[in-house]
Design a protein around this ligand. Structure first.
Ligand SMILES: N[C@@H](CCC(=O)N[C@@H](CS)C(=O)NCC(=O)O)C(=O)O
Length: 261
């Protein structure tokens, strides 16, 4: 029995779901909402109060990159890791950067551009409860600054520039081989797709369409894969319309930061 806890639109949940879809593994979809992540019941599974969480034969696995690796190792299906040690190391680097750099950066950008407005509509008491409910201190502080200072937060421009650097690194890697870590699709492609998907949802596609032909081509190829269709085509992010509306309004500002640096 395999169960995956996630919510639609969660970047980390998408990483796990794309790996499962590429592998051709069926699982029970435990689609949860954000308030449920803060319950004692859920935190017994995932003490960080985040998705994804994978349950396999009574064992709990957390952390999207670890789940992806486990899925590739534990099930039959296409091999999602390169053969060559060097390319395996390259794949591991993409997964590490996804966890350490791209996810916090994307969170800052998404909350500042799109989610902030909804949270600011809450009362002060509700807002405090919301922030206090974020278990990881670093994430809580990033979120607090995004809410209180918006684009003026000292984190905003660096976060955006990290994502721009991610696209630069992708362009370089895709000049070496057809996929991010190898000539064939790997966990690196599954891990990076949700980040590009979010930038697309925010209508920031000019970040690659204007100047990064290899990323543009890669993204077109990702979107024609069955895994993308199963995971995102079947259930698009319900927050996509909001991201697109707020992102379009923010684009002039985003572009100004990108061109200034
Ligand atoms: N390092 C963790 C990060 C998990 C994480 O931050 N998940 C986000 C979604 S991408 C989440 O559940 N956020 C809860 C919220 O938005 O309230 C992983 O890769 O699994």
């Amino acid at each position: 029995m395999l169960e995956l806890y996630y919510f639609h639109g969660a970047t980390c949940g998408l990483k796990a779901r794309l790996a499962l879809a590429e592998k051709g593994v069926d699982y029970t979809h435990k689609v949860v909402d954000r308030p449920y992540l803060r319950t004692r019941e859920y935190k017994e599974l995932n003490p960080n109060g985040v998705v994804p969480t994978l349950l396999h034969r009574g064992t709990v696995l957390i952390e999207s990159s670890i789940i992806m690796d486990y899925v590739d190792e534990a099930f039959d299906g296409p091999e999602l890791k390169p053969d060559l040690p060097l390319n395996r190391a390259r794949m591991a680097m993409w997964l590490k950067n996804a966890d350490d750099v791209y996810l916090p950066s994307l969170g800052t950008v998404t909350y500042t551009v799109s989610m902030r407005h909804k949270i600011l509509e809450k009362s002060e008491v509700e807002r405090k409860k919301y922030l206090d409910g974020i278990p990881a201190m670093a994430a809580r502080e990033r979120r607090r600054l995004a809410l209180e200072m918006g684009f003026e937060s000292p984190n905003f421009a660096p976060a955006l520039l990290e994502l721009d650097r991610m696209l630069d690194d992708m362009e370089t890697a895709l000049g070496r081989h057809e996929w991010l870590a190898d000539a064939t699709y790997s966990l690196a492609d599954a891990a990076l797709s949700p980040f590009v998907e979010r930038l697309d949802e925010l209508s920031f596609a000019a970040m690659w369409e204007d100047s990064r032909p290899a990323v543009t081509d890669w993204w077109d190829r990702v979107k024609t894969r069955e895994s993308y269709d199963q995971v995102l085509g079947a259930t698009p992010n319900p927050e996509r319309p909001q991201h697109t509306e707020k992102g379009s309004k923010a684009w002039a500002r985003i572009n100004e930061i990108l061109t200034r640096h």
